[in-house]
Ligand binder design. Structure first.
Ligand code: ADP
Ligand code: ZN
Length: 584
């Protein structure tokens, strides 16, 4: 290709001259008007939109096709892929086949020259140029723009923390100049992560709506089924379009389809890598006053390539969580606005019964109920309509015994997390337990407990022990309430953390026996024995602590089951109002 690059102009001129001659000869012999050539990318775009009526397949370099909206015949580059015909048929396109066997040399000459032209065009084209160079009768529409309906933070129920963490970006979108004046660098990319249907798209849309800037949406998976080079060109096009309008939010759903970790061994997917690189390059190219922000969404943040998360890329991560009971109530109320609900419908109860429903599921539930009501021509949406929709939704979920299983799981999670929260509060009053919840996050945990330890340069030996006790308290609470036989796998992450701390305690900090960096010594068994003894001692302390405060554990778990999420004040209040255990 080097030769081609260096002598591009010369080659180009030669190719064009040859093309003109060849097309002349071709036209002379075929005695037909030469059909207009359409870029292959544009052909695919039109195919995706169902606008191709028929295709004449052959094994030549180009193929002929017609659009649904006109009689004229066009040509495009022939991909000559084995599965191309099937793709066409599946898209409902009328396919005829002609063989080129026995074509004369002139036809062959024309073909060769056409390939030359295509190569030349491919060399020349850049994404933006492609849309504008007039060669392309089909406008390549990409990215939907802001819809008619207004969407702002009020359209997103719950998720107060997520809203809070993107609010400065909204300010930036409104007045990028103000931030630039102070030399502030705003994040160019924000990664929203959370389970499907939790409202990531909605949140991105709301950011654009709040700031009053256009919204462009694409999905990572749109890019990967394409042919090499097309995805990258589309990315450039998308950004060019956004830049034309000045400010905007570019939303990329399912970013993991593009930015998956490169698994070692397997050689990378060229198309994906090219597209990803194009994306990163475009993001790097923003000036600080551009007012364009890229928001990406994924439900698998752990699978993303590190390259995506580096500073200046998607360096702000915001979790969009499943709704807790209050948020579920809000979502239901939000989507009930235009629906005539019967008076006896209890949204509060429905919110309570829809644990682990995502926002999308709640919306679907009300919609199904509305469909049920309209089917039977009812006056309004009745409790019966809702409960039918509710059971359909449950059946649609993976397991039919979902609610049942979930009830038990919720209890286990409530005790487990209460154990962490209680131990953290009791072992050290300086620990701040800011939140405890039994609503799962993308991390996959059943629930979680956020503890902020006091910030210090050095930690005392007792502080490390306290940390381990807090880690162990989830398991200990399960054991105390449900019995040794019924402890669960839910503590694996805690055990991993405790193991790390214990190992450091013994080997690195010299808190165990001996003042040596024992990680450098060959005494694995001795270290393991010491770690084990320490773990056992601390686990016993954990159990004792929780036993002494068993009423507080019960109350916390009970409150968690009722409210699903407790903040620091609520936690402190429950603990303060619980008596110490009278029996132990
Ligand atoms: P995701 O992008 O996380 O998969 P979406 O944003 O596509 O989820 O959510 C689908 C629909 O579910 C939304 O259009 C909205 O109607 C509803 N929904 C989800 N979460 C919420 C929420 N927090 N508040 C209001 N509606 C929500
Ligand atoms: Zn835990």
């Amino acid at each position: 290709m080097d030769f081609v690059k260096k002598h591009r102009n010369l080659l180009g001129a030669g190719v064009i001259a040859a093309a003109i001659i060849a097309i002349g000869i071709g036209a002379y012999f075929t005695n037909r008007e030469a059909p207009v050539f359409v870029e292959y990318a544009a052909f695919l775009e039109a195919m995706g939109e169902g606008r191709i009526a028929s295709v004449q397949l052959n094994d030549g370099a180009t193929l002929r096709f017609t659009f649904a909206e006109s009689e004229a015949t066009y040509t495009t580059n022939n991909p000559r892929r084995a599965d191309f015909k099937e793709a066409l048929l599946l898209a409902g396109i009328n396919v005829t086949e002609t063989t080129t066997a026995g074509v004369d040399f002139i036809a062959l000459g024309v073909t060769v020259v056409l390939i030359g032209i295509v190569i030349f065009m491919v060399q020349r084209r850049s994404g933006a140029a492609m849309a504008k160079n007039g060669l392309n009768p089909v406008a390549v529409g990409i990215g939907e723009e802001a819809e008619a309906f207004p969407c702002n933070f009020e359209s997103v129920a719950g998720n107060a923390e997520a809203k809070e963490s993107v609010s400065d970006i909204v300010d930036y979108l409104r007045t990028p100049e103000r931030f630039a004046k102070y030399g502030a660098r705003m994040p160019r990319g924000i990664l929203l992560h959370g389970k499907p249907g939790t409202g990531k798209t909605l949140m991105a849309r709301a950011m654009a709506g709040e700031a009053g800037v256009p919204f462009y949406a694409v999905s990572g998976s749109d890019f990967v089924q394409m042919y090499v080079g097309v995805g990258a060109a589309r990315v450039r096009e998308l950004f060019a379009k956004a830049r034309e309008h000045g400010k905007g939010v570019i939303f990329i759903d399912e970013i993991d389809a593009l930015g998956k970790k490169r698994s070692d061994g397997a050689n990378g997917n060229d198309e994906r890598e090219q597209t990803l690189n194009a994306l990163l390059t475009e993001m790097q190219g923003f000036s600080d006053t551009s007012g364009i922000v890229v928001v990406a969404a994924t439900n698998r943040p752990d699978t993303l390539d590190e390259a995506l998360l580096r500073p200046g890329r998607f360096d702000r991560r915001v979790e969009v969580g499943l709704p807790d009971i209050n948020a579920r109530k809000q979502i239901l109320n939000l989507h009930a606005v235009n629906k005539p609900l019967a008076k006896d419908i209890d949204i509060e109860k429905l919110a309570r019964d829809t644990v682990f429903f995502s926002g999308a599921m709640l919306e679907g539930l009300l919609n199904d109920a509305a469909i049920n009501a309209s089917r039977r021509n009812g006056e309004s949406i009745s409790n019966g309509d809702i409960s039918a929709a509710y059971y359909t939704a449950l059946a649609g979920a993976e397991k039919k015994d979902r609610t049942h299983r979930h009830q038990r799981e919720r209890e286990v999670t409530a005790y487990h997390e209460s154990g962490h929260a209680l131990a953290a509060t009791l072992v050290n009053p300086e620990n701040r337990v800011t939140k405890v919840t039994i609503i799962p996050s993308t991390g996959g945990a059943g629930g979680f407990c956020v503890t902020i330890p006091p910030e210090r340069m050095y930690h005392t030996r007792r502080e490390l022990e306290q940390q381990i006790i807090v880690n162990f308290a989830g398991r200990a609470a399960e054991e105390l309430h449900f019995g040794t036989e019924n402890i669960t796998t839910g503590a694996s992450n805690d055990i991993e953390k405790a193991t790390d701390t214990i190992l450091q305690y013994v080997t690195r900090y010299g808190f165990g026996s001996g003042l040596l960096d024992r990680s450098k010594l060959e005494e694995k068994t001795a270290i393991a024995e010491e770690c084990n003894a320490l773990a056992e001692k601390l686990y016993a302390q954990t159990r004792e602590l929780l036993q002494k405060n068993y009423p507080a554990l019960e109350n916390l778990a009970g409150q968690l089951l009722a409210k699903e999420t407790l903040d620091s004040e609520e936690i402190a209040e429950v603990i303060a109002q619980s008596p110490p255990c009278p029996y132990r």
